[in-house]
Design a protein around this ligand. Sequence first.
Ligand code: NAP
Length: 563
Amino acid sequence: MESNNVDVMVVGAGFGGLRALHALRRFGKSVQVIEASDDVGGVWYHNGYPGARCDVESYDYSYSFSAELEQEWVWSERYATQPEILRYINHVVERFDLRKHIRFQCALLRAQYDAKAARWRIQCSDGSQWSAQFLLMAVGQLSAPKSPNYPGLNRFGGQVIHSAVWPKEPVDFTGKRVAIIGTGSSGMQMTPVIAQKAAHLTVFQRTPNYSVPASNAPISAEEDRQVKANYRQRRDQAWNSPTGLGFTPGKKSALEATPEERDQVYEAAWHRLGFGFALSYFDILLNKAANDTAAEFIRKKIASVIDKPELRDKLIPRDHAFAARRPSVDSGYFQAFNRDNVELADVREFPIVEFTAKGIRTQDKDHEFDIIIFATGFDAFTGSLLKPEIVGRHGMTLKQKWSAGPVTQLGIGTSGFPNLFVLVGPGSPSLLSNVMVSIEEQSDWLANMIDHMGRHGVAEVEVTEMAEQAWVAHVNARAHETLYLTADSYYNGAEVAGKPRVFMPYSGGVRGYRRLLHKCAENGYEGFELRDKPLALHGQAVNAGAKSTSVATADLQPTPVGA
Ligand code: NAP
């Protein structure tokens, strides 16, 4: 058992877990990473569907901790494909010698906090058992795939694939009749690519989605040289932008501009900015009337590329504000419906009744398929976090503690679960940010906290109840300033029936969030209790050179999303 004692157990070997490993190793901590699958990469390992690519620009969706890494890696396209991102992840793993710390095909089954020893006792799917002072969950926010359970699913004689559990062997669509269920980012990305190969493609749509063109392009040697000569400025710009994507929000309200000005601004953003389109004016996500101007522009754009008039009405989103749900950044999604071999099945009009041996029966007809793809998304934010049984100080599980929704201090920890940390979890900017910026910020912050604890003889750190209540109230208050609550989405738990309906990501922006993280640390990890002995041993908190006060709500000054 001796060798199974580590300082930190990191769960997950995706971008987050790998970055946390790197940060913790710098402080000389012994770290074990466990990974349920057989290789590194997390979602980028599993989501190998045709057309999968990142919709954050390659230069920004990459680690910033090593200037050498930044300079030596050459991205081939503005938006990298999944295979290229996976090559990058593997390059990082080899270059920084991370693989030796990772145990594959080893899923976390159960972790129980030993309150007297102030250590987590951990059981894994491969039978291994571990003891770790800290448990760091880096399991991703979109890593628990969700498949509808249609009647007759098992009757279907063809192949059923989920976009997020894509087979490792190539899937040949040539001459095949294919169905895609779901029109989120995954469905929208794969549609134009599969359409080129399949004999026939039917896209089953429930909610029409907004999308902004990716304007993807190869990266020239000159562009690469220029970016790399100014990489620090580019990173600074990303870190100081609200979303971590580097876009500076417009200074004006969309409602102050004339219609002509707006058209010019939107037109320019449409052709170059991807997600940056949403920041053309600072109030697009804050004010419905402002949002309407952007939404209407997008609707016209979508209509202009769809040849068949009867499809326009069906494909154009009208039932929610632009970006209140996650929009897509696409490469020819709507244009794909101009092909003779592509058909739209609107499941709001004719719902899916059942699967049959040959395909799918909707209320109006029988469809025959060789391959059916579920692009139906995920149990977001909490799906993977709550899968293992995590038992805290009082014998309560995390699932019980979060039965009405996740409750955290800064999205990082929760009371009753000392020495447990969540990376890029609910209550942090996570999916409302360039997640790479959030991963790096939190990994370094947590590594510093753990180092601080080691140097000050702190055995146990635990979020206070007051702090987490204040933080949840703040996350809600920030969400109420926006249009995010006006739509059902995976941001607020609407994607899974019966899931608590709470807004999960922090919408205050990465810059504001970073300030709060730093302030928390400067004030002796405000909102966390740091104890030199486990609470269970002496029954009261002992301040080990650090404050253990809860967060004063006055410190949580709201700033608009677009600030
Ligand atoms: P998603 O955005 O949650 O979309 C799931 C789709 O499936 C929605 O259109 C949903 O319809 C539909 N759906 C779910 N259950 C259904 C059912 N029973 N019948 C019919 N339709 C059903 O999932 P995703 O497309 O996999 O994307 C998830 C997230 O992953 C993205 O928002 C993004 O954050 C990330 N992602 C990123 C990239 C990238 O960087 N390029 C690519 C892919 C994914 P409703 O809308 O009506 O629920």
